[in-house]
Design a protein around this ligand. Structure first.
Ligand code: ADP
Length: 178
């Protein structure tokens, strides 16, 4: 079934600004912000809590089943620190947010992350792990890397994605009318 609204993945290391971007985008575009963390927790798509990392151990099959019906209808913004589990057929755009390591350090420290989790996330950002994961999983033309260091960055990013959504709708609704 063709979607009349696109699905967008907003990904990146924890602390890059995914939630903040998604909330602004949802408000501006009318797309629905799906916080994958909340789905994992609320619909129990996990195998328990990891005490060391202070995070859920995700059951990916259960998670995909829980999301499938809604995502296939289109119009979803998927907010998560991973992306390669989402089937290619679900995804129209992948935005990988990036941040300088000193800024990320400050944001994660403010969240009182356990030291091991903080270091792993800093390493992951420096090594561009999420960007590589996105490029490996999806066609290169749908993967966009955007900086998220400042409030100005965020405004520019949201404007850009909003314009992309508008264009996508024009293109796809025009295709449908043929
Ligand atoms: P994530 O969902 O990726 O973990 P959040 O959206 O929760 O990140 O952002 C983490 C913190 O960093 C929040 O306090 C948020 O206000 C701040 N932040 C995120 N992006 C930016 C940005 N581009 N400029 C300034 N502050 C930001």
């Amino acid at each position: 079934m063709a979607r009349t609204f696109p699905n967008i993945v907003i990904t990146g290391t924890p602390g890059v600004g995914k939630t903040t971007h998604c909330e602004m985008l949802a408000e501006r575009t009318g797309l629905k912000h799906l916080s994958i963390n909340d789905i994992v927790k609320d619909r129990e798509c996990h195998e328990g809590w990891d005490e060391e990392y202070e995070s859920w151990i995700v059951d990916e099959d259960k998670l995909l089943d829980a999301m499938e019906e809604q995502v296939q209808q289109g119009g979803c913004i998927l907010d998560w620190h991973a992306c390669d589990l989402f089937p290619k057929s679900w995804v129209d755009l992948v935005v990988v947010l990036r941040v300088d390591s000193t800024t990320l350090y400050d944001r994660l420290s403010a969240r009182k992350y356990p030291e091991i989790k903080l270091q792993e996330n800093l390493d992951s950002e420096i090594m561009e792990v999420l960007l590589q994961e996105a490029r490996d999983a999806y066609d290169e033309e749908i993967v966009v890397e955007l900086q998220s260091n400042t409030a100005d960055d965020m405004d520019v990013n949201v404007d850009r994605i909003e314009a992309w959504v508008k264009q996508w709708k024009e293109n796809n609704n025009a295709e449908e009318a043929k």
